[in-house]
Design a binder for this molecule. Structure first.
Ligand code: F6P
Length: 366
């Protein structure tokens, strides 16, 4: 390894997810013991670089965190270096500014030779900007949405599928006991991976994802038809990003000082009202929300996060900066960070899981 790399920074950006600490742990331990580097933990993602909030990480700091949910470094999904809210105008609207130069100053002041950026598409977009300004970065993909380009898996996703599956199983009991139509709304933004996997795992009767615009009548007909067949309940998994044919997604809130301000949510309640009105069946909606992001990672995610972190350290050792580690066809690999920035990986219409769901009689909403 080049003698000039002596100190690296590590940060977690975007929404938290299970497995972040597992990456921090392996990167810190391996960088300290195998590469002899100093490791600086940046607090709250890019916000820590903007505000110059960082701390030295020792082996003791990362001991006993493998199984802990969230991130010991903190995170935010509101700090994009190129588009950062620095204040408000007279009407209360945020004023955005490019604060990259401030970040670069702090990186030089702290003598960081490179950064390990653990995050989703927003974090990779921020890292791609820093790379353009000469800051070497390595990307590690996380998100429960599993929507990062060029990797078939992000850590955190499998845990979220497991959590959502447990919740759907519980709702299944109530749906069946009370003979109701029950809708469960899952996260995922514009990608239906989480809903598709959890819906398949729980044998949902209807799975509604953003990639397949739904027809209300088709969903209602499934409920009615099941009722006629003597199946006295219907379990529906719906993505927060789902929308009807020719219609709009339901927005829960607009976070004005976030570079990606739209927070989706509420489609399950809208659909529940419409289904009840059309079918006269008793209907309820549950939004799983942030419960899907929290808690300890399942074993698979602990291993995947450790593998990704280990690959990241190897890239530093090989001086292969500006790449993100990925999983492709079950094999570890890398892609340039700039190939990932600003993109989302959604469910393709010909994904085998969709045909698989249809083969067991699941209505995909269309
Ligand atoms: O990207 C992860 C995610 O949990 C999405 O599934 C969801 O739309 C969004 O973050 C929620 O963001 P927030 O934590 O700001 O409400």
């Amino acid at each position: 390894m080049s003698a000039k790399v002596t100190r690296i920074g590590i940060l977690t950006g975007g929404g938290d997810c299970p497995g972040l600490n597992a990456v921090i742990r392996v990167v810190t331990k391996a960088a300290l013991t195998q590469l002899g580097l100093e490791v600086i933990g940046v607090e709250d993602g890019f916000l820590g670089l903007i505000r110059n909030r960082m701390r030295i990480l020792s082996e003791a700091d990362v001991s006993n965190i493998l199984t802990v949910g969230g991130t010991i470094l903190g995170t935010t999904n509101k700090a994009n270096p190129g588009h950062f809210a620095v204040g408000q105008d007279e009407e209360g609207r945020p004023i955005f500014k490019d604060v990259t130069s401030r970040i670069i100053e702090h990186i030089h002041e702290r003598r960081l030779d490179g950064l390990v950026c653990i995050g989703g598409d927003g974090t990779m977009t921020g890292a791609a900007d820093l790379i353009k300004h000469g800051i070497p970065c390595i990307g590690v993909p996380k998100t429960i949405d599993n929507d990062i380009m060029h990797t078939e898996l992000t850590f955190g996703f499998v845990t979220a599928v497991q959590t959502a599956t447990e919740c759907l199983d519980r709702i299944h009991s109530t749906a069946s006991s009370h003979h109701r139509v029950m809708l469960v709304e899952l996260m995922g933004r514009n990608a239906g991976w989480l809903t598709l996997h959890a819906g398949l795992a729980t044998g949902c009767d209807v799975i509604v994802i953003p990639e397949i615009p739904y027809q209300l009548e088709s969903i209602c007909e499934t409920c009615r038809e099941r009722s006629k067949r003597g199946k006295r309940f219907t379990l529906i998994a719906v993505s927060e990003g789902a929308a009807p044919v020719g219609g709009q997604q339901v927005v829960d809130q607009v976070v004005h000082d976030s570079p990606d301000p739209i927070r989706l949510g509420g489609i399950s309640a809208v659909l529940a009202g419409q289904i009840a009105a059309e079918t006269h069946l008793e209907t309820r909606a549950t939004i799983l929300g942030h419960v899907q992001r929290g808690g300890t990672p399942v074993a698979f995610d602990r291993v995947l996060a450790t593998q990704f972190g280990y690959q990241a350290v190897n890239l530093i050792a090989e001086e292969r900066w500006n790449h993100m580690v990925v999983m492709q066809n079950g094999q570890p690999g890398t892609v340039p960070i700039e190939a990932v920035a600003g993109q989302q990986r959604t469910v393709p219409p010909d994904d085998p899981l969709i045909a698989m769901a249809r083969s067991v009689g699941t209505c995909m909403g269309d």
